[in-house]
Design a protein around this ligand. Structure first.
Ligand code: GRG
Length: 289
């Protein structure tokens, strides 16, 4: 059974190691264990299960995905980036621990993610023979061709009056979509999926990533900050290039519906086994957090 509590208890276990420096560990745990939807670990574990893999072997990959995602949120909230005081329903990491410590807590989560993946590999390679291929997919999604490139382009295009639809797609396919796609694909590869199934999972990830971003942009305009757990209205304040800003709210909503349809179609070959993903796509359209 894959659920939020299971993922949180795996994360807690990884953070319970006695040899980790206590104060740094506190700053890491403050954000990692603060809540959050655990979307990326869920995508990874459900993809592994859907293709008939052993989800136990994918657990370190799933935990690492959440650590990487959490580091990106901590860094994104820093004054030199998106400058946000509120995240996951509580003050941002740097508001509690200071900027330098928040930067280091993020660095520590990013590197610890790969320490977890690599040190757990030998234990799981028997059940997940392509475990390291899945790990490479995560590194690719998180790094220089993925999330970091997207964040770079996002910052570079703030207040850019010439930024267009192509730039918007470039930014969000990487900043948000790359780690989401990596989560789904890594789960499939850890489950030893055949190339056709990996291709289907990748298509789902790409479309679901766009869907997730459009709804994130819409929440920033239409959502309730208490329910979302972060400051809203910031995209407009920073003159960010977003789907509602470029296309208007109604068109952005229609685009989200279309992306949900493409995402669901991508998984047609899995039939009923894709139910969790199909439900997720539908629920994302009306999400409130
Ligand atoms: C600092 C390299 C670097 C990247 C930052 C994650 C990110 C890239 C920016 C955050 C800005 C943002 C709101 C992006 C939209 C999509 C997104 C990643 C939302 C947050 O993810 P959720 O909704 O958060 O899954 P929880 O807290 O539920 O895990």
């Amino acid at each position: 059974m894959i659920n939020l509590e299971q993922i949180t208890s795996v994360l807690e276990a990884y953070m319970r190691r006695e040899d980790l420096p206590a104060a740094l560990c506190e700053a890491m745990k403050y954000s990692l264990l603060a809540g959050g939807k655990r979307l990326r670990p869920m995508l990874c574990l459900y993809a592994c299960e859907m293709v008939g893999g052993d989800t136990e072997a994918a657990l370190p990959l799933a935990a690492a995905l959440e650590m990487i995602h959490t580091y990106s949120l901590i860094h994104d909230d820093l004054p030199c980036m998106d400058d946000d005081d509120f995240r996951r329903g509580r003050p941002s990491n740097h508001k509690v621990f200071g900027e330098a410590n928040a930067l280091l807590a993020g660095d520590a989560l990013l590197t610890y993610a790969f320490e977890v993946i690599l040190s757990e590999g030998p234990r799981h390679i028997g059940k997940a023979p392509r475990y390291y291929e899945a790990a490479a997919e995560i590194a690719h999604g998180a790094g220089v061709s993925g999330m970091v490139a997207g964040q770079w382009a996002d910052l570079a295009n703030e207040k850019n009056p010439c930024a267009d639809a192509e730039t918007l797609t470039y930014i969000h396919a990487r900043k948000t979509g790359a780690l989401i796609t990596a989560a789904v694909v890594a789960g499939g590869i850890a489950g030893n999926a055949d190339p056709e199934s990996v291709g289907a999972l990748r298509r789902f990830g790409v479309h679901y990533g766009v869907l997730f971003q459009i709804t994130d942009d819409l929440l920033d305009v239409l959502g309730d900050s208490k329910t979302v757990g972060k400051t809203l209205g910031k995209d407009a304040a920073h003159q960010k290039l977003t789907y509602p800003a470029l296309y208007g709210i109604e068109t952005a909503k229609r685009m989200a519906q279309e992306e949900a349809r493409f995402a669901k179609e991508a998984l047609r070959q899995f039939g009923d086994r894709a139910t969790w993903f199909l439900t997720l796509a539908d629920q994302t359209l009306t999400r409130t957090f």
